[in-house]
Design a binder for this molecule. Structure first.
Ligand code: GDP
Length: 424
């Protein structure tokens, strides 16, 4: 059963791109299953840096078929721009397939995302304002337009007219904005985008299941992370899709029994962007060291990320929700100079001990971590490539995490380059 899922286990930015890139070398298909053009992978190949937000990074490997699955929301202009950017640099994108069932991000989604965030003011969610949330909302309320609608101008126009009438009312009456023109949208989507995207549109559910049946190797690549999951994350500070393993199933149409490996990517410490609970957050010099050494600034916004100690309580939950088979622990090298390293093994909330994440958000907000403390290794790990060369303090830390999570840490990252990792 050759299907592997790679997903984030924390609040994102764990270094999924690096693992995906490493594994893609042995894959036939690399598939995105949720999210939109907010994934932000940067992959460096032969010194050249490629910034991809929508197209799976597997596109850089000529032996891989990159697929945008049905669970993704597609901004057609971004898709075309990424294709053009890659082609201009000599990357062949002709193997790319896009699910006809994937939903389209429309100009009114972007506009609504912008105005609602502004309207919410200090209560805003900090969305990327790219229309991703509103596109998923329309999918749920069944007024979304799908990639396959680009193939049928009459249907496209009919659906657009119905939905735009309501969107324009909201824009005008609630937010005091100018209405959008159906003619202009149709001209862009049908006249400009459809001819470019049409050759890529596929029945990806059939394609991927046929691939599974014929023994091909597939990698399902998650964007964002477990605690940003719409159902399992720290709602409402979450994304509008399901990055967890369940999302990989619905977002591709590949059956559960075909999944052989589910690799959770976890940073050796913890970061979070924007608001929401974060029990192990650090406000001292250790927190600043994590920001500086880990270059913890948002890829798109440049915003400083919040940082803290590794939280084994969260990881235990992530292991359960996703049925993790392996953990890839990234950025262990960031902890190199630390004299002590801490791990949260439980929480104290209102005088009560919790060994799992409190389901009630009001309780979780008050969680005070119970730490286990380790001596740091205080040496440079960046050149280590073998388990036997890891200092005993680092091994002790890794083994403790495996034990706490209940899933083996099978790989650790010791630097940003593709070859900077150690198999455990
Ligand atoms: P994603 O959002 O989870 O896909 O995260 P990325 O793949 O964009 O990785 C975030 C950053 O961490 C990138 O700049 C990577 O080069 C860097 N990175 C990944 N693994 C390691 C590691 O083991 N050590 C260090 N120091 N940096 C790493």
């Amino acid at each position: 059963m050759p299907v592997t899922i790679v997903l984030g286990t924390q609040w994102g930015d764990e270094g999924k791109g690096k693992l995906t890139d490493l594994l893609a070398a042995d894959m036939d298909f690399v598939v995105r299953y949720q999210g939109g053009h907010n994934a932000g992978h940067t992959i460096v190949v032969d010194g050249e840096s490629f910034a991809l937000q929508l197209i799976p990074s597997g596109v850089l490997n000529p032996a891989v078929t990159p697929v945008i699955g049905n669970g993704v929301v597609v901004e057609p202009q971004v898709l075309i721009e990424e294709i053009d950017q890659l082609e201009a640099r000599g990357v062949d994108t002709s193997r790319l397939k896009v699910s006809g069932q994937a939903h389209l991000i429309m100009p009114y989604h972007v506009e609504i995302d912008r105005v609602t965030e502004r309207y919410l003011g200090k209560n805003s969610l900090g969305t990327t304002k790219r229309g991703i949330g509103p596109a998923y909302s329309d999918k749920a309320t069944r007024v979304g337009l799908r990639v396959q609608d680009l193939l049928d101008p009459k249907i496209f126009r009919e659906k657009l007219d119905v939905v735009l009438k309501e969107k324009n009312l909201i824009l005008a009456k609630v937010y005091n904005r100018l209405p959008l023109s159906a003619d202009e949208i149709a001209k862009k989507y049908l006249g400009e985008y459809a001819p470019r995207i049409e050759p890529l549109i596929s029945d990806t559910v059939a394609l991927l299941n046929d691939a599974v049946d014929s023994g091909k190797r597939l990698l399902l690549e998650g964007a964002q992370a477990t605690f940003l999951d719409l159902d399992h994350g720290t709602y409402p500070f979450v994304t509008s899709s399901n990055p967890t393993a369940g999302g990989a199933i619905t977002g591709t149409g590949i059956g559960l029994r075909n999944i052989s490996k589910i690799i959770g990517v976890a940073k050796a410490y913890l970061t979070r962007v924007g608001s929401g609970p974060f029990p192990t957050e650090l406000f001292d010099e250790y927190g600043t060291m994590l920001v500086d050494r880990g270059h913890e600034y948002g890829t798109n916004t440049g915003r400083r990320r919040r940082t803290g100690w590794f939280d084994a309580v969260l990881l235990r939950q992530a292991a359960r929700i996703n049925s993790l088979t392996d953990v890839f622990l990234t950025k262990l090298d960031v902890l190199d100079p630390f004299e002590v390293v801490k791990v949260a093994v439980g929480y104290q909330c209102d005088g009560e001990r919790y060994d799992s994440v409190p389901y009630h958000q009001s309780v979780f907000h008050k969680a005070v971590p119970i730490y286990k403390e380790f001596p740091g290794w205080q040496c440079d790990l960046s050149d280590v490539r073998k388990r036997s060369d890891l200092p005993k303090q680092a091994l002790e830390y890794i083994e403790f995490l495996s034990e706490q999570i209940g899933v083996p840490v099978t790989m650790v990252g010791v630097g940003p380059s593709r070859n900077q990792y150690v198999e455990i």
